[in-house]
Design a protein around this ligand. Structure first.
Ligand SMILES: *Cc1c(COP(=O)(O)O)cnc(C)c1O
Length: 373
């Protein structure tokens, strides 16, 4: 039997080890309220990569989302529009602000919310919209930004899966008012745990830096509610190396995805992912949808793939609006979001991370071909 092909895997080598060792020996593990030398350098490099004025490093992607919503002034009485077809952290950050998450249905092509589905749930209480670039495929941002601008609504991109994705000449995380990234161990680049908020707005940047460290505008001087969302120097040192490697890692993902698409396109009965027109996917995972007679066999196919050492995963089997806490707290039920619920029954994801080799791709395609014939 082949080695297990994990859905995602960090690419760590001697460079990260050296960078982390250097920090550990330097004696400075965190500094200046989370603005130590490595954190500052990582922020500058990340802002440049995304093409924005500021990047604020934080302790996780969830912290990034929560801090961005707080910086946007989201609070009790406000509504925030977001997809239910996402990791629960997106909605959790809204609830942590005391605001109400309002779920919009997805576009079946991008798996993200779009201007049309958002338009159906906007209200006078809508304070922010959070498009999620799910699986690394950018949401269709231009029309979303247009309706938000018209109504003075803040747009916060959840780019936790989309480091390096782009659309219309802009990077994911550089299109809305703020962008939120995660550096969790399974993401396109990692610091173990970590996150980043990107923005070109000076006021948001100042607010985010305060929120990151107890709402302090200077040491021991709290001017607003914040948190301890600081990133360590250890994580930042690792992030700097990972960011340098990111273009190469994305290229490997892209090659793997192209190879897998070529092998799977012959099968039919499968809807396969692509790049958006005028942009590129970051290929966090390669997500297919079973169609036709196979549509109801998703769980069986995933189980079989896993028994063949292919770590197929379902993102997300239970959309957020059908998870117990959200159903109860916000009075939600099945049937409210038909495209989301349909996708949650039909999709599954395959690995295309940089450690996946061409013969792994061939093995995955052949195995899948036999299962859905
Ligand atoms: C990973 C992820 C998050 C949360 O990031 P953490 O670093 O795990 O807190 C938020 N949203 C999406 C879409 C994610 O994939």
């Amino acid at each position: 039997m082949r080695d297990y092909i994990r859905i995602n895997q960090p690419c760590i080598d001697k460079e990260e080890l050296r960078a982390v060792e250097e920090v550990l020996l330097s004696g400075i593990l965190t500094d200046k309220n989370g603005m130590g030398p490595r954190v500052m350098e990582f922020e500058r490099a990340f802002a440049k990569f995304i093409g924005v004025k500021h990047a604020i490093a934080v302790s996780s992607g969830t912290a990034a989302l929560h801090a961005a919503l707080l910086a946007a002034g989201v609070r009790e009485g406000d509504e925030v529009v977001l997809p239910s077809f996402t990791f629960s952290a997106t909605a959790e950050a809204v609830v942590l602000c005391g605001a109400k998450p309002v779920f919009a249905d997805i576009d079946p092509e991008t798996f993200s919310i779009n201007a049309d589905t958002i338009g159906r749930v906007l209200s006078s209480k809508t304070k922010a919209i959070i498009p999620v670039h799910l699986y690394g495929r950018p949401a269709d941002m231009a029309p979303i930004l247009e309706i938000a601008r018209e109504r003075g609504i803040v747009v916060i991109e959840d780019a936790a899966q989309a480091h390096g994705a782009s659309l219309g000449g802009k990077m994911a995380g550089g299109m809305g008012d703020m962008g939120c990234f995660s550096f969790y161990g399974a993401k396109n680049m990692t610091t173990g745990e970590g996150g980043m908020v990107t923005t070109s707005d000076d006021d948001y940047a100042e607010a985010l830096r305060a929120i990151r460290t107890h709402g302090e505008s200077r040491p021991y001087w709290t001017v607003r509610l914040g948190h301890n969302y600081r990133m360590t120097e250890i994580a930042a040192a690792m992030g700097l190396v990972q960011l340098q490697k990111l273009p190469r890692m994305l290229e490997r993902r892209r090659e793997n995805a192209a190879r897998l698409s070529e092998a799977l396109s012959m099968i039919g009965k499968l809807s396969i992912p692509r790049d958006p027109e005028g942009g590129s996917n970051s290929w966090y995972v390669y997500t297919v949808r079973l169609i036709g007679a196979n549509a109801g066999r998703r769980n069986k196919v995933v189980e079989k793939l896993r028994s063949k050492n292919i770590d197929a995963q379902v993102y997300y089997e239970t959309p957020v609006h059908l998870q117990p806490f959200y159903m109860e707290r916000f009075d939600l039920r099945a049937g409210m979001l038909p495209e989301t619920e349909k996708a949650s029954r039909q999709v599954f994801s395959l690995p295309v991370h940089p450690m996946v080799e061409p013969d792994d791709i061939e093995y995955m395609a052949n195995t899948l071909r036999k299962l859905i014939r």
